[in-house]
Design a protein around this ligand. Sequence first.
Ligand code: FAD
Ligand code: NAD
Length: 462
Amino acid sequence: METKQHDLVIIGAGPGGYISAIRAAQLGLNVACIEMEKALGGTCLRVGCIPSKALLESSEHFHEAQNEFKNHGIGIEGLSLDLKKMMKRKDTVVRQLTTGIAGLFKKNGITHYMGKGRIDGPGKVIVEGKDEAILECKNILIATGSVSAPLPGVELDGDRIGTSTEALAYSEVPEHLVVIGAGVIGLELGSVWKRLGAKVTVLEYMPNILPGMDAELVKHATKIFKKQGLDFKLGVKVTGATKEGDTCTVTMEGEESITCDRVLLAVGRRPNTEGLGLDSVGIETERPGIIPINDHFQTSVPGIYAIGDVVRGPMLAHKAEEEGVACVEGIVKGYGYINYDAIPGVVYTHPEIATVGKNEEQLKEAGIEYKAGTFPFMANGRAKAIGDTDGFAKILVDKTTDRILGAHIIGPQAGDLIAELAVGIEFKASSEDIARSSHAHPSLAEVVKEAAWAAYDRPMSM
Ligand code: FAD
Ligand code: NAD
């Protein structure tokens, strides 16, 4: 096996790994990035963020054509669904983006090794697979991401009883899809298949959907999703899922079992460290497989760093990217910056749900005195014009200083509207700063401005 030298060897080419590689190359390092899958881009581009959003968009168009166009005076006859074409479009979007990363690697002079990376001591990584090699380096960055968490008794068969990966590629619309877990994946992919015609039952262990999210938002979202036809069973403990022929049976503690034709297991993800060689350098993981790091993303071994889904914190693509940039800037320049309070989270259902910073429950628990300013989409001209008025924006500010502490939006384009408030938190803005900034009329962004007025003083359009 040939031995090669690099300044930095990155294991994994997901959003964390590939962004770190590009930034490190921009800063002058000789960078290698190892990826065991053929396509670059990780979970996010191959089987996560991108294909799910492509299907959410297509299925929403279908739903609108079926249910909303008539409200605009548009009649359609003979509407049909070509699922094969919908899937092909999704695959094209994924292919365009993953090959785009290969282009970015080339442009930035990053050496791409295709194979499985295994740490074999400090400063040494072995690549097993197509591009086998021994890599010697000053620094190693682990960005190996996460995999779906299993659930005892749920017998995954890679087809009818599967994870999000299977649910992104069903060959036909399920008659009855049972989703285990009312988290982000359960709601996004449950929505896709509901819109395309499946009966969807969502089973959740906790008493509410989207545990941990702002309670007022969750209450509103639950009402909307129920109206859309998602059937929730909350506070139930799933004990198993089995398949016989094309029929699946899901069992729960103290409840009647459910039969269906597809099961989606979506009870979270766990860090991916299998076969990574952590033992060879004495790195011990915490349950459930998280690699402990310090504020500079360094593991217990100098020269070995970790970022993204494999470390603590929310499992989000942009969080992995921010950590990657901060980590490599730390390695090269001696300092890196990240503000975890300004990292937004978005659920791409319809309406979208977006949050940043602290929610009301967290502020109460911390004993922080705050004011809340809320404004509904119902009172916004643009929302009326597009016919999408469900939801509201809520801004939470410090009662004394007026500084924005958190923002929570459910409504059309919430995922884009939240960006203004993430920047606001980053710049330590007050609600008055947002309220007195001009927002175009008529725009959905005026809901944010009015919520800021509500937090600062009082809204004017209601
Ligand atoms: P990953 O993207 O998981 O990348 C890790 C890479 O490392 C993988 O390509 C893997 O093959 C490779 N690898 C692992 N071990 C080795 C090894 N030993 N050698 C070589 N290569 C290795 N997040 C969002 O922010 N927005 C969304 O809309 C969103 N939607 C999602 C939808 C779904 C269905 C799923 C499953 C996830 C979604 N996520 C979303 C989460 C997001 O995908 C992850 O947070 C993100 O991909 C984490 O990036 P990462 O770089 O840490 O890891
Ligand atoms: P999640 O943590 O969002 O939700 C899992 C849900 O399953 C929780 O509500 C949990 O209470 C429930 N659960 C756990 N055990 C259960 C059981 N035995 N029976 C019934 N319910 C059970 O996880 P996920 O939806 O699988 O998503 C995984 C990760 O991927 C998340 O961390 C998320 O951040 C990320 N992701 C993000 C996006 C996005 O940003 N739009 C989209 C999809 C996934």
